[in-house]
Design a protein around this ligand. Sequence first.
Ligand SMILES: [Zn+2]
Ligand SMILES: [Zn+2]
Length: 357
Amino acid sequence: MKDYYQILGLQKGASKDEVKKAFRKLAAQYHPDKKTGDEAKYKEITEAYAVLGDDKKKAEYDSYGRAFNGAGAGGAGFGGFNWADFAGQQGGFAGQGFEFDISDIFENFGFGGGHTRQNRGRDISIEINLSFKEAVFGASRKVLITKNSLCSECKGTGAKPSAGMTNCTTCGGNGKIRETRQSILGSFTTVRECSVCQGRGQVPKERCGHCAGAGVRRLQEEVEIKVPAGIENGEVIRMTGRGEAMPNGQPGDLYIKLHVEPHKTIKRDGTTLIAELPIRLTDALLGGEYKVETLDGFIEIKVPMGISHGEMLRVRGKGVPTDSGRGDFMVKINIELPKKLSKKAEKLVEELREEGV
Ligand SMILES: [Zn+2]
Ligand SMILES: [Zn+2]
């Protein structure tokens, strides 16, 4: 994922004002019409501003900042989080023109705005909760999502399958409409997509009865989500093409934000799992055996003689799964001192003191 703050030469989380200032400065410098221009760079900073200059998108970007990238074997349909796609889809940069507060700047530079029609279904985002253990080892979840799906009868064409298609009369079957307009600068011709047939050149002879010609229907669909091992709280998975369907277009994507519940005794630091182990003073002095709960069940560990408070014992291979095996499980020793001593214990400790312990 691109770091939009870095592109604008800012620190993460910079304010809207700072973003605006930085963009204006860089846009003036890199505009392709300028001597110092650089088109690629200009596009990059414009894209960054398209997200960071918009309150809603900025908030989303800030919270999805730690995106999930790549997936384990068998994770078909998972992809990295492609912010450019996401931002584009949300009606922003690559979409229907610029909806945010930079129109003044584009006008100043005579920037026309590329009006490529975006035939893509809406993205859907959902959130799911995972237990600590599921996040470590991976999990599979089935969720029901109500969304626009392609009509099973007409496969999204909106046409009654038996009736077939016919040439669009609006565009004469070529899908494009040519318009010539007069202006002070002379006449100019624009070509736009035919809105009646959406550029296909063909229209249904009869509407599909199943979807009333819409090509899509609102349906409840069961989606199986495979959460790869080692996911962290707040990470986002993208399932390409599992969002809302769109007739004659690409389906949107499904975004799944994961909430991981904490474990009552085990904590996580990257691929390492950590648990505290309270031990008795005498076991710290003489050594002892303890049972410790790991995510693989209870294990027996030997506490060596003379261990210190806060010392860590390493159990190899009981941590978070990684590409090359598993991380470690660390046991942090917590020596518990008795709050009160019996007469007998006090006497024995006194003797220890005399021994110089
Ligand atoms: Zn249909
Ligand atoms: Zn047409």
